[in-house]
Design a binder for this molecule. Sequence first.
Ligand SMILES: *Cc1c(COP(=O)(O)O)cnc(C)c1O
Length: 285
Amino acid sequence: MKLHWRGQRHARAKAAFRWTLALVLFSLGYNGDRPACLACPCRAVSSAGVPAGNQAVAEGLRKVQSCIAEAAGGRDVRLVAVSKFKAAEAVQAALDLGQVDFGENYVQELLEKASALPSNVRWHFIGRLQSNKVKKLVNIPNLVAIETVDSSALADRIASAAQAAGRGEGGIDPLDLFVQVDTSNEETKGGVQPNDAPELASHIAACGRSIRLAGLMTIGAPGDMGAFDRLHAARSAVAAALGVPDAELGLSMGMSGDFQEAISKGATSVRVGSLIFGSRPPQKL
Ligand SMILES: *Cc1c(COP(=O)(O)O)cnc(C)c1O
């Protein structure tokens, strides 16, 4: 009887130990030898929250790339690696591995990185854009896109700066613009209401050769998967208004926490930061 009781206690202690070990390994992001993506190792990396060194950048990039490939199932989906608040060296590490599209939120930070890094980087501006900074931004020769256009006045300023910079002529590509859509009704994040997207998109499409309407972008409230469907629907409305096929317009949606869902909802471009470069201090978008 006594022996039996001791055996039970032993078994319980063993079980408790196993659970604790499992929990510790899980929170450290241990994936054992499971194939990438099955257990979404990307999430485990982000929950560990360690600042990424260059080795970690390589690891994070590789995992995100394989998760994208798995979710895309052969479809072409662009990864924009979001490097805000991260050192130029971290961008260089990813660039060395063949990642060329990078996203930045702040004009000053982008100016500094653009001058420190090689010109084959393709920069995407994904932050709030103040009109007095448009010219500086557009003059970065390897800026390929501004993804946060939410007014026709801003589009006009960008178009004239792009024209002054010679974009869209003499072999220089036009600058890609995305209409930012507020799909979660969160005014703080910017963007036009879905119903207003066709009008702004038509305005951009008529702005001349220096810019090109590349598609729609949304941030969406965390956990609001309906945001992806709403951006998808907004694209159909825009395409119908312009008389072009839906597929001619891109959908930039999905971040570290939800890029696989976004891809399953038709994203053509995802913006992933912390899973590649490590967590950031809290900030305003
Ligand atoms: C910071 C940022 C991202 C990347 O966020 P993560 O959660 O780190 O992947 C994507 N899009 C926008 C607009 C951002 O500001």
